[in-house]
Design a protein around this ligand. Sequence first.
Ligand SMILES: Nc1ncnc2c1ncn2[C@@H]1O[C@H](COP(=O)(O)OP(=O)(O)OP(=O)(O)O)[C@@H](O)[C@H]1O
Length: 248
Amino acid sequence: MGARGKLAQMSIRNVHKTYSIQGEKIHALKGVDMDIEDGSLVCIVGKSGCGKSTLLKLMCSLESKDEGDIAFGNGIKDLPKVSIVFQEPRLMPWLTVRKNIEFPIKGKLGKKELEKRVTGQLEMLGIREFENAYPSQVSGGMAQRVSLGRTLCYEPDIILMDEPLGALDAFNRKKLQDEIVSIFKNEKKTILFVTHDVEEALILGQKIIVMEEGKVKDSLDVEMEYPRNPSSVEFINLKKRILSLIFG
Ligand SMILES: Nc1ncnc2c1ncn2[C@@H]1O[C@H](COP(=O)(O)OP(=O)(O)OP(=O)(O)O)[C@@H](O)[C@H]1O
């Protein structure tokens, strides 16, 4: 158990969210309840439109909820730092890779400390040799690494990831999945990862939450050791179980 203890880092109770399009109400979240443990990697899966992205947006205050509670019970006084990574890297095209990564902490650290932190991220993500390139000069996989580096540089307590690997080819996707597992293991972050891909959820998650029509349908603990083997019987059986929860 870490210094902060094994408290529920995030506790979500009866959260509702309704959007309105030309007078028509869309009930995106219909009473979501979930607990996210401190230092856990949790994946959220479910059919398109079930409310996964909406939930992440509420967690980092990009949207406001209509009803319910989102509480952080991490044993530290201040609110935790929450950061989100989207499917598209959302980099600033006029800044180099290094400048994009340092952007959220620029002015908050001394020059040397800033340089050290950014260099550490560039090295960890294998993009040091591209530090002076602009976003238009790097591949999609590298751009997503830059986006991840920018998030990690900010040293958030909680990282929300909304389909961050969804636009990548199979090779880069696999590589970044491995990197996310090692970031999780080495940096002991709390990560909430939304994906359409059940196999990806099983490669990454310690817990998989299945959502359906704006609610949590089920939640499964995944006990398999990392790195996970998609050909193992346990993996295949869990995959079948989750697919049948999603598609019936
Ligand atoms: N800004 C918005 N305005 C109106 N309706 C919205 C808005 N954002 C989401 N919705 C609606 O809310 C519902 C939930 O959307 P959300 O994006 O959270 O689902 P999702 O599970 O993340 O879907 P996907 O897997 O396709 O990304 C959908 O019916 C969607 O059309």
